[in-house]
Design a binder for this molecule. Structure first.
Ligand code: COI
Length: 354
């Protein structure tokens, strides 16, 4: 059992479920653990609070920092639910391996997430499509100047009630100058530096009127990889196409769920190389009918425009069929309104107020 220190000052009464800008509202408690002398210790759930960190903290200087994004939701009967938590535990550990950081046993991760969500169940927004976003993070904690793997780490899990990450369809710029990740790099890991590296090209794309980047491969700037903050899908000639993960693309768990859902519904789904030229040509000749991004935060978001080297294709997002179906399916699994034939969802024991 993970010990719990309860807050004496809950912020829950001031929560307005109808007004929760993504990333700004935090629940009362967090999971906290330290890794030292080769083992996890000081594990507890405690009130969310600031940390006191030495200025030489290794993570700040050399970037040993990884995170996850997952969601807890409420079943229609009011029970808190998780979806595929073991996948997030495994991906966090894969990121940890790449960044030379310790693993947390899968059972411990799931126990921590379950205990936090059960405690914070009243923070889960009831509306379909909303969720309690969970943010596990682990970072180096050694006080040391010099490049080496840290010997100490801090692991936390925060919880944030959220609505949709994106509210409206996106305009993406296919980026032909800057890159997100190269083969052999850290693209597959959910590590802070990947996101830091995306900020400057994103800023430039926004100045040009785009909402986000569509990343191309580092070597030839030819193959589509993913979009900023999410994986990417196209519907071309009635087939669903998404770039195959190749070592430099994040192995999205929502991506994986959507591929499995669509296949089970009879769609043809191709995981393969797709060039930006194919996308632009298919957009122009009308064979591409949809483009959408997928991610834990974004779930499924329509793309209404793709720009590449000054050329633009537009899509009528109101006519999309696959993307809204996929989003509706995931949201329905998350609130228990359809049968979970994949066995992905876990209802947490504690029954809460609906
Ligand atoms: C997620 O989708 O959970 C992510 O971590 C992406 C982040 C930009 C919010």
């Amino acid at each position: 059992m993970i010990p719990i220190v309860h807050t004496q000052n809950s912020k829950l009464p001031s929560l307005d479920f109808n007004n929760i800008p993504f990333g700004t509202v935090f629940s009362d408690h967090m999971f906290y653990a330290e890794f030292e002398n080769g083992k996890w210790q000081k594990m507890e759930i405690r009130p969310l609070e600031n940390l006191s960190i030495h200025p030489s903290n290794l993570a700040w200087h050399y970037g040993q920092s990884i995170f996850e994004g997952m969601k807890a939701t409420k079943h229609q009967d009011g029970t808190p639910m998780l979806m595929r938590p073991e996948m997030h535990a495994q991906r966090m550990n894969a990121s940890a391996d790449r960044m030379c950081m310790p693993n947390m046993p899968e059972e411990t991760f799931i126990e921590a997430v379950s205990a936090l969500v059960s405690l914070e169940a009243d923070w889960i927004p009831p509306a379909k499509g909303s969720a309690l976003y969970l943010r596990p993070i682990m970072f180096a904690a050694d006080e040391f100047i010099g490049v080496k793997p840290s010997s100490k780490y801090i692991y936390m899990i925060m919880a944030l009630p959220v609505g949709p990450y994106y509210a409206t369809p996106l305009k993406l710029k296919a980026e032909n100058e800057y890159i997100r990740a190269a083969d052999g790099g850290t693209g597959e890991a959910k590590t802070a530096g990947n996101y830091a590296a995306s900020l400057y090209p994103w800023k430039k794309a926004k100045e040009e009127g785009f909402d986000q980047i569509m990343w191309l491969d580092a070597k030839e700037r030819k193959y589509v990889q993913e979009a900023g903050t999410m994986n990417i899908f196209f519907v071309i000639d009635g087939k669903v196409v998404t770039p195959a993960t190749s070592g430099s693309i994040l192995k999205g768990i929502t991506r994986d769920s959507i591929i499995k859902v669509l296949k089970s519904e009879g769609y043809t789904v191709e995981e393969r190389d797709i060039t930006i030229d194919e996308v632009m040509t298919a957009g122009k000749n009308g064979s591409m009918t949809e483009c959408f991004g997928t991610g834990t935060a974004a779930v499924v978001i329509h793309v209404k425009e793709v720009g590449y080297k000054g050329d633009t294709i537009t899509l009528d997002a109101d006519q999309f069929k696959v993307a809204p179906f996929a989003k509706g399916y995931i949201d329905s699994l998350r609130n228990g309104s359809i049968e979970d034939k994949f066995d992905w969802t876990i209802k947490l024991q504690q029954q809460v107020k609906a």
